[in-house]
Design a protein. Structure first.
Length: 230
């Protein structure tokens, strides 16, 4: 990442007051901000600037936020850029779809600017965490933390940084049930419980990418997940 963009947050939002509120609080927190007022312009800026993080509203002119998210997360050049979605409370289905597309987090309007900053810092910490060099395996799944690579039966699969950390955490704690709120704390970096369906959505997405190897991840009803010991 270009050092100039390492601390830049791109805000893709068409409501001027929301942009101003976010930009003011992010700058106070030490971030540089860039803005776009429609989906098409936001997509172009994201590709050109490759910011440290993108705040993306779902209801945008010219191109909807979900489409922007889908394109960015399917492009190797921008796949690793974290995306935080802004949604209205009534847009639950859009939040779920956005997480399925690979968005890292969401905040519902009206939001607390302080909460947004705290969540952004949590996402940044996830990206800065240095993985252990030890290679991990679980059945046909192999994780190479030093290269940030995951393969199934020798074939590499593309995971977002969040999916990578979720899988690595489950493998490192093989056989032990991991509660959703603990995963939120250890993987997402949140110290307080938010909507634990975020975990379920990311596990579902991870399983889809793992294909037949996904059966190593077991659901423990009413509690969380664990990785099979064998």
């Amino acid at each position: 990442m270009d050092p100039a963009s390492a601390n830049t947050v791109l805000i893709i939002e068409d409501e001027r007051d929301v942009v101003d509120l976010l930009a003011l609080n992010l700058r106070k927190a030490g971030f540089t901000t860039s803005t776009a007022c429609d989906g098409a312009a936001g997509l172009e800026k994201a590709r050109r600037e490759k910011p440290a993080l993108i705040i993306l509203d779902l209801m945008l002119p010219k191109m909807p936020g979900l489409e922007v998210c889908k394109i960015l997360k399917s492009d190797p050049g921008t796949r690793q850029v974290p995306i935080m979605m802004l949604t209205a409370k009534a847009e639950e289905i859009d939040r779920i779809v956005g997480l399925e597309f690979g968005a890292d987090d969401y905040v519902t309007k009206p939001f607390s600017p302080r909460e947004v900053v705290l969540r952004i810092r949590a996402i940044m910490r996830r990206g800065e965490a240095k993985p252990d060099d030890e290679r991990l395996t679980a059945g046909p799944i192999t994780i190479d933390p030093a290269r940030y690579e995951v393969s199934v039966n020798g074939k590499r699969i593309n995971l977002t940084s969040l999916e990578f950390k979720l899988l690595r955490t489950l493998i490192q704690r093989r056989g032990r049930v991991q509660a959703r709120d603990r995963l939120l704390n250890d993987v997402w970096g949140y110290e307080s419980v938010i909507d634990t369906r975020t975990v379920d959505t990311h596990v579902r997405r991870l399983r889809k990418k793992l294909g037949k190897a996904a059966n190593v991840i077991e659901s423990v009803r009413g509690f969380g997940y664990r990785l099979k010991e064998k």
